[in-house]
Design a protein around this ligand. Structure first.
Ligand code: BES
Ligand code: ZN
Ligand code: ZN
Length: 515
């Protein structure tokens, strides 16, 4: 495990430390690098020989003798050219930190030292920057090896000492914040990476209950019987083809302040999406264990929020189901009635996410009267085509909420790209026989938007943002810190959003967001 602590002593000269040196391209003579070359003049020559130029994703290791029996490994990592936008620089920083952690792990280094420099490139307070470095380092360390037996399973224990030219109290605060966030992100990733034969709805509900007990959240779980009473026809239909009962999970953080408003999260929780009787082809089915990433992320966000104790209430609901083509499965041509009384004609059982989300959105809106709702869902293959793996799709009925979320996305690395919700798309989800069809008409294309249009029928006038994470939930190319397996997308975003709501915006407590 990588332990993180405040660095003491001399960052470059302490003989027990292996320093990490981050360098912008074409600015090798500045900051930590300059300090380095002043202490070890031969380094510049050696790096030149290694063709190290500070390119993004470039790493160069120099071994330096430190007295008789000791050597230090200096890890130089490139940040690429300085970007115009601070959020792009932040992503380069996270990536460089990620590569350094991989390198240190490969070399089995015991003590690594990193100096955080708060230049104009980032425009963040130092504790915030430290927190981002910690999150990237801990995310890079993440692996899913529960099912590897024997030799392939590697353990690595190391200390990462963080240095900065500020009071150690500030560094410590940044470390603590980063640890809480990264633990929650990695908790989410682990849950999403668990195989679907193990991570059934009941298993996920149990994990949510354990976590809630640990961090002090209210938790409420119910199954199909209660769902029947509540008229959750979408939720009931989707779980009906599986051997495993669906479970509806509700987690609540209560800030304890009289009159505090509630922010609501909703996460799609399909533990495996086979497509149901509208079966997916085999090569589209692999990876569908990640169809519960939205649920996992909303729960992970609450895990962190419970520890930060913001001055706003937060609720997360996660309808958990398995979408399978069993004998009792729902089918095409069925009509289901949702929690809010609206009816949906099933045209394709593979468009199951919106059916469970419909009930969850209507439920949370009715029960908690939230000031805003944010849902996270691996909803459409079309979103993967449109945006690929770096940006999640954002759709909303409230531009102010979207603007705030986009900014938090930039800061945290959970990037969002907004898609239009123009009324022209409304007709795409009309049904001949029910209020809605669960499948956008082919003539309209825009599968990601028409899915969001469907969801909009279940949020009333409440400010709402829908985030389609189908492309960002796993397997991010070139990412040094989130590449492996599940990415935990959304956790950093939701936590940052909630913390800012209480600190800066304040609007969530007093008034509804304007539409
Ligand atoms: N879970 C899938 C969407 C998905 C696809 C997520 C690829 C991650 C990667 C969703 O339930 C689905 O199958 N959607 C259909 C909807 C269609 C039938 C209207 C799709 O996108 O093809
Ligand atoms: Zn599906
Ligand atoms: Zn799905």
């Amino acid at each position: 495990m990588l332990k993180i602590r405040v660095g003491e002593g001399n960052f470059l000269k302490d003989k027990n430390l292996n320093p990490v040196v981050l360098c912008w391209k074409d600015r090798l003579k500045e900051s930590v690098f300059r300090e380095c070359v002043e202490s070890f003049p031969e380094m510049e020559l050696m790096l030149n020989a290694n063709k190290f130029k500070g390119d993004l994703d470039q790493i160069s290791v120099l071994t330096v003798p430190r007295g008789k029996d000791v050597v230090a490994q200096f890890i130089f990592a490139g940040l690429g050219p300085v970007n115009q936008q601070t959020h792009e620089n932040l992503e380069c920083l996270r990536r460089a930190v990620g590569w350094c952690v991989h390198k240190a792990k490969q070399l089995e280094l015991k003590n690594i030292a990193l100096k955080v420099i708060n230049g104009f490139e980032f425009d963040l307070p130092v504790d915030e920057l430290v927190s981002q470095v910690v999150v990237a380092a801990k995310m890079a360390e993440y692996d899913f090896d529960d099912y590897k037996t024997g030799k392939e399973k590697k353990s690595w224990d190391s200390d990462l000492c963080i240095f900065a030219d500020v009071d150690s109290v500030d560094i410590e605060r940044g470390i603590q914040k980063g640890l809480v966030i990264s633990e929650s992100v990695n908790w989410t990733r682990h849950l999403a990476d668990m195989p679907p034969n193990v991570a059934t709805p009941v298993y996920v509900a149990r994990k949510a209950q354990e976590m809630a007990r640990e961090v002090g959240l209210e938790v409420n779980v119910f199954g199909p019987e209660k769902a029947k009473e509540l008229n959750m026809g979408g939720f009931l239909a989707v779980q009906s083809g599986s051997e495993f009962d669906g479970q509806f999970i509700e987690l609540k953080y209560n800030c304890g302040l009289p009159g505090a408003r509630t922010v609501a999260f909703v996460g799609k929780g399909v533990t495996f999406d086979s497509g149901g009787v509208s079966l997916k082809p085999a090569n589209y089915m692999t990876g569908m264990k990640y169809d519960m990433s939205g649920a996992a992320a909303t729960m992970g966000a609450l895990k962190a929020i419970a520890q930060f104790k913001p001055k706003v209430n937060v609720v997360a609901v996660a309808p958990m189901v398995e979408n399978m083509p069993g004998g009792g499965s729902y089918r095409q041509d069925d009509i289901v009635t949702h929690y809010n009384g609206k009816t949906t004609e099933i045209e394709n059982t593979d468009a199951e996410g919106r059916l469970i989300l419909a009930d969850a959105l209507a439920y949370v809106n009715d029960r908690h009267k939230p000031v805003c709702i944010i849902d996270l869902a691996t909803l459409t293959g079309a979103c993967v085509v449109a945006l690929g793996h770096f940006f999640s799709g954002l759709m909303t009925n409230n531009q102010k909420l979207a603007d705030v979320l986009i900014e938090h996305g930039k800061r945290t690395g959970d990037w969002l790209w907004q898609l239009p919700m123009h009324p022209f798309y409304d007709k795409a989800i009309k049904s001949k026989v029910a209020d809605l069809s669960n499948c956008g008409s082919r003539n309209y294309g825009a599968g990601t938007i028409t899915a969001a249009k469907f969801l909009q029928h279940f949020v009333g006038d409440t400010p709402w943002a829908h985030i389609d994470i189908a492309g960002t939930e796993s397997s991010i190319p070139d990412s040094a810190y989130a590449a492996k397996l599940s990415s935990g997308v959304g956790v950093r975003l939701l936590v940052d959003f909630v913390l800012a709501c209480q600190e800066k915006l304040g609007f969530l407590q007093e008034e509804k967001l304007e539409s």
